[in-house]
Ligand binder design. Structure first.
Ligand code: ADP
Ligand code: MG
Length: 151
């Protein structure tokens, strides 16, 4: 799939809302991109659209924030401050692997080996004053999400 242009913050937010509307059950999305590329902006819109009522904090310091969505649970991770995936052990990330869990991970490369298998990767980059994204599906579920998005 080619890149999508996100000319302003609202475009990033709209993408988050739209993808959230396509989530079937559990799902793992890894968010790649430099600082300021829009990963948290996307995650906030996505989680709000899933029904997270409370303010979505950036998990920069907590590393992981969990949200109860009735039957489902969502997790938002930011591993920027992790130096070694071994540091994740004490966080008890087992619940991320629950079948119904919806997981968003910023800086997933820093947690390599300690994270559940990814369904969809989103790569964000700066493009002029806006951003550009490209998608890489890793599972059938990820491919179906992209098909829904392209529609
Ligand atoms: P990250 O989590 O990748 O470090 P953030 O989402 O925290 O990035 O911050 C991105 C910044 O860029 C925010 O100030 C946000 O308002 C802005 N932003 C997000 N998407 C866009 C876009 N498509 N165009 C321009 N600015 C954007
Ligand atoms: Mg962030």
């Amino acid at each position: 799939m080619q890149e999508w242009l996100l000319p302003d913050e609202e475009a990033t937010t709209a993408l988050g809302r739209r993808l959230a509307g396509l989530v079937p059950g559990g799902l793992v999305i890894n968010l790649h991109g430099d600082l300021g590329a829009g990963k948290t902006t996307f995650a906030r819109a996505f989680l709000r659209a899933l029904g997270v009522g409370e303010r979505v904090k950036s998990p920069t310091y907590s590393l992981v924030e969990g949200y109860d969505l009735g039957e489902r649970r969502a997790f938002h991770l930011d591993l920027y401050r992790i130096a070694d995936p071994g540091e994740l052990e004490w966080l008890g990330l087992d619940s991320l692997a629950e079948p119904g869990a919806i997981v968003l991970v910023e800086w997933p490369e820093r947690g390599a080996g300690a994270l559940p298998p990814v369904d969809l990767e989103i790569h964000f980059r700066h493009e002029a004053t806006g951003r550009a994204v490209r998608f890489e599906p890793y599972t059938e579920l990820g491919r179906r999400m992209l098909q829904g998005l392209a529609r």
